[in-house]
Write a new protein. Structure first.
Length: 293
């Protein structure tokens, strides 16, 4: 029943992004209307993305940052220098490119993470054991996803995914993972959605991942028979719901992030699990939305 409900509410309501051949720039990863997605090209663009993150995480969600970040109005950490930064720009906004950034995502490739001590989400979930169980696979971590309030629509979420998809294909990624966040630090406030995830989407077997024992918070807050799937999906953050549509699983247990004022779950999405209809829609090769390596 839950899978049917997810599939019924497809992302395909949004218009498809233009293929690369119709794009105005070689590194464009996708376009819907006036919105475009691509990687940051300059330090100034990364700085502008960090300013967007500050507006969302600190000013809106009340995350705690160090005094220097607060003075500069930027969300910055040591991982920024290791990651690629995916941007969503609204070309209808007058001004410089930096003024047009309305959403961003941070992408960390497997080889870069291993060379620098691991993945960011390893501080909350047992992702090292997950990676070790798949020695022949290339992983990518998605993080720091945020979109300005007026752009939180299916169109923007879809464009973020299109950028991640093109990037993953370009770099021959086998699986993606990253933290998906619910607002606030009281998991009980999200009992319906978390219980739905526990009963319907927890990863098993070779893809199983647990929250670290000292951070583990229970997701099984309601019995299965008491969970209304439609209401649970409605109560879920759009990004998490979007990943479920694609075929994602979640880790076992949630983690409360006091600094960011969120309750986190781990999203796990093997490329092989993505529904064929989405592969056909987004493009089965990197050439559709991404430039050649």
């Amino acid at each position: 029943m839950s899978v049917e409900l997810i599939e019924r509410d497809l992302l395909l309501e949004s218009p498809a992004a233009l293929p690369l051949g119709l794009a105005s720039s070689r590194d464009l990863l996708g376009r819907i209307g006036s919105l475009e997605t691509r990687l940051a090209r300059t330090e100034r663009e990364i700085d502008a993305a960090q300013a967007v993150r500050y507006r969302v995480f600190v000013e809106e969600m009340k995350a705690q940052v160090d005094p220097d970040c607060a003075r500069r109005g930027r969300d910055v950490d040591s991982w920024d220098g290791l990651c690629d930064h995916l941007l969503v720009l609204d070309r209808a906004i007058e001004g410089d490119t930096e003024d047009q950034i309305v959403g961003t995502y941070r992408l960390l490739r497997h080889d870069v993470a291993i060379a620098h001590g691991g993945f960011y989400s390893g501080s909350e979930f047992g992702v090292d054991s997950l990676v070790a169980r798949h020695p022949g696979k290339r992983f990518m971590e998605l993080g720091r996803s945020c979109v300005l309030p007026q752009y939180r629509t299916k169109r923007t979420v879809e464009l973020l995914w299109q950028g991640c998809w093109a990037y993953a294909l370009q770099h021959r990624i086998d699986a993606m993972f990253g933290c998906g966040s619910f607002p606030g630090t009281q998991p009980e406030e999200h009992a319906l959605a978390l219980s739905f995830l526990h009963h319907n989407a927890v990863a098993r077997g070779e893809w199983a991942v647990d929250a670290l024992p000292h951070l583990y918070r229970e997701m099984d807050l309601m019995p299965s028979e008491a969970v209304n799937a439609r209401r649970a999906l409605f109560a879920m953050p759009p990004l998490i719901k979007g990943y479920l549509r694609l075929g994602a699983m979640v880790g076992n247990g949630a983690v409360v992030d006091q600094a960011f004022n969120t309750t986190d779950v781990l999203i796990i999405l093997p490329i092989s699990s993505i529904s064929g209809r989405y592969v056909n829609y987004y493009g089965a090769d990197a050439g559709r939305f991404a430039s050649a390596s």
